[in-house]
Design a protein around this ligand. Structure first.
Ligand code: CP
Length: 312
């Protein structure tokens, strides 16, 4: 780990703002945070006096809870903005919400919102560092970092890894951030799904491979990630039925045999069990899905620590 490494005051909108070296350093600091998380006394005093606001205007379990836990572990104060019981319901704008919260002395915002670009709006009206916890279909950089950390921890590298990402690609912010990060670190990424759920420009924009055939995608893969079928973002009838999707693309004990033996099985969650992945595989010893969740706390601790200037 580079002890002089700092991301002091930086925003985390997506991984294209970060160099390969910066991403590796984030993964290395995450390793230290994971070790701290394994201790009986898990808390560091380093962010005492800092106040973090989690501003979730879209639903979340993993991201929000792990950010709050990460902030608590670093001894920061955390205020949780509850969108459903807030004055947003009375028509208050995001701008006025942010300037109001800012007047209370927030040091860093974590935002999830259905609109792409909302983290930039929060930064514009607060002047404080903002971490994107998922903005529309655009980006989910902390999920990508924890996904990369989960592979890095198991294999010691991302470089040269063959990674298959399967599912609802067009609606996925997770896939976009992962493509930027994984390819920057030298992985060979293949995305797969029905033609209607895979944007045509991905190869040119990101440098990944694209296939519509699951067996081709999984061939020789070191890690296979299923993506959730985002039913709430499906408005155009892009596939006939969930049964039809599952018939061709489900990850199961049978289909995972097309990947390398002991390939890592991943999913960002939440899962539609029986649609994109069968329980027999999701709950198997090959699956690292719950480790991804645990790693989410360590990775978010590392990011808060680095952005808010924590010290060991
Ligand atoms: N992976 C993920 O973002 O999960 P949540 O929606 O539960 O935060």
């Amino acid at each position: 780990m580079n002890n002089n490494f700092s991301l002091l005051g930086r925003n985390l909108y997506d991984l294209d703002d970060f160099t390969e070296e910066e991403i590796i350093n984030i993964l290395e600091v995450s390793k230290v945070m994971k070790e701290i998380n394994s201790r009986e006394y898990k808390k560091l005093p380093t962010l005492k006096g800092k106040t973090i606001c989690t501003l979730f205007v879209e639903n979340s379990t993993r991201t929000r809870m792990s950010f709050e836990l990460a902030a608590n572990r670093l001894s920061a104060d955390v205020v949780t903005f509850e969108a459903t019981t807030s004055s947003l319901q009375k028509g208050e704008s995001l701008q006025d919400t942010v300037t109001t919260l800012n007047a209370m002395g927030i040091d860093l915002y974590v935002i999830r919102h259905s609109c792409a670009g909302s983290p930039q709006i929060v930064n514009k009206h607060s002047g404080k560092p903002v971490m994107n916890a998922g903005d529309g279909r655009h980006a989910h950089p902390t999920q990508a970092l924890l996904d990369m950390y989960s592979i890095y921890e198991k294999t010691g590298t991302i470089k040269g890894m063959k990674i298959a990402i399967v599912g609802d690609i067009v609606n996925s912010r997770v896939v976009r951030s992962n493509l930027i990060g994984m390819i920057k670190l030298g992985a060979e990424v293949t995305v797969c799904g029905p033609r209607t759920l895979v944007p045509s420009h991905l190869e040119e924009v990101y440098g990944c491979k694209v296939t519509y055939d699951l067996k081709t995608a999984l061939k020789d893969a070191d890690a296979v990630m299923g993506l959730r079928m985002q039913l709430e973002r499906q408005t155009e009838g892009l596939f006939p039925s969930l049964e039809e999707y599952s018939k061709h693309y489900v990850l199961s004990k049978q289909t995972i045999k097309w990947a390398k033996k002991d390939a890592l099985v991943m999913h960002p969650g939440p899962m539609n069990r029986g649609v994109e992945i069968l329980p027999e595989l999701a709950d198997s010893s090959q699956s690292i899905i719950l480790e991804q969740v645990s790693n989410g706390v360590a990775v978010r601790m590392a990011l808060l620590f680095l952005i808010l200037g924590g010290r060991f």
